[in-house]
Design a protein around this ligand. Sequence first.
Ligand code: TEU
Ligand code: CA
Length: 558
Amino acid sequence: MGELKWWQKTIVYQIYPKSFCDSNDDGIGDIAGIISKLDYLHDLGVGAIWLCPIYPSPLVDNGYDISDYCAIAPEYGTMEDMEKLISEADKRNIKIVMDLVFNHTSDKHKWFEEARSSKDNPKRDWYIWRDGKDDKSAPTNWRGIFGGSAWTLDETTGQYYLHTFTQAQPDLNWENPEVRKALYDVCRFWLDKGISGFRIDAIVYIKKPAVFEDLPVDGPDGLGNIAKADGCQDGILDFLHEWKDEIFAKYPDVFTVAETDGVKPEDYSKWIGENGVFDMSFDFSHIRLGFEDSYIWYKRNPWKLIDIRKCFTAAQEATKDSGWVPVFFENHDLPRCVNYFFPKGPDTDLAAKFIGTILLTMRGTPFIYQAQELGMTNIKWPSIKMYNDVSSIGQYDLAIKEGLSPKEAMQGVWKYSRDNARSPMTWNNGSHAGFSKGKPWLPLNDEYGKINVESELQDENSVLNYYKELIKLRNEHKALYDGDYEELLSYSPGIYAYARTAQDKSERIIVIMNTTAKIRGYKVPEIKGAQLLISNYGNREKTLLRSYEIRVYKVKQQ
Ligand code: TEU
Ligand code: CA
């Protein structure tokens, strides 16, 4: 694969600014708060921060509804704060990655305000407008990703506009070259500020189908999931290549990681790597194991933890020669991994260490989501009224429409709500967990007395100290950052194992894990006499693998 780039050797930490650290005690995290925690991140060992959107926004979707791409939300601070964050992070060898939300803007963005003002406004065509059906109902039966119709009638002009997400997030019309140019200018603006990477939001939806037609109904609302109509459409790659030629190709040290839900490993070569567009793309295969295509929370597929094996192996096979994988188990849209991957136990510390061990020994760039390194767990609030996340509300409504009781509908919310990840970061066991002196915008996780940075730093067996050890191991072992990936014991029903061998063959590491509660034996002759580097059970090695045990061995190389 040749010499690795900086972003292939680093570890990225994802920050949800609203919930990370509040410097002025208004209950909302901010940029000054992030600056105050840079030493923590440096000490942890991360080399880049992916900052979820910090642009001005009505915050209907907490910043993924942007009303100005080239400014900072006043809640989060000023452009000076942002510049200070970039330079203070740089002093600690930490780079900043910006989140680009280019499928849509906020309905309060001036572009949309102009577009909606009249049918002949020059910006009209920057968005997607259609007349209703003959009976004046929405042009198609597409359900937006967060529930409800993907079309909203605009009273002023009597036409509907399309929104893949909430009605406050109208989709941009990428067919219009002026739109694309305006978006490339946004990239240049941030590159000139000295940022080092882009995380590219919901990019698979930018190309709309040539013909807009109804989908087969897949829910009780008479609608069909819009992703089936506007996800990964033919022609999307032409837009993306233009973008690459205009911007990415001109900044070889700046990396791109795209959110490409639905792109499968067999298509990676078109999306990432030499002939693709981006450097990395988030593959959600292991995250979507429990769902049907409609992605309706109460419709579930049975799955087992061992199923992650085929997801990881497929992604690794597909990027063997070109392309690179971001390794992740959590983000701001997902429940906490200890709950999602281990719905029936074991104890969450053991589970957190299990996931952390895969995260930091897998080939690819590890992405840690804030508080994942603490072993943070899901929240569980009694009523839907307490939830802020728009998708939780949409999914709850859909469940009620289906005839589920409120209690049953809450089961899905507890399991999958995005608020699980958005409850504020817990810094200590004091008032408001040290997140703020004021009342946090979203309630804290009840576990904060135990799961918090300060307490965990003092406990040598904590998840946090385990993560720090893992990060150190990763940085010290070539096999872990530059090594190839080889699946072992492929046919084992409960054991997942892989080997990482350094490019120059100087080092070989084997990771072996029991994905079940049952004690299991295994046969890997190389492990005999090998050095145990780390394990979620500590150093108390046994022949058999205990319940959900994971071990990392350095084997002898001839
Ligand atoms: O997410 C896009 C997306 O498809 C995910 O929303 C995912 O399917 C869903 O969140 C699962 O609950 C991106 C952002 O990550 C998300 O936070 C935004 O809300 C969304 O785009 C709209 O910008
Ligand atoms: Ca604040």
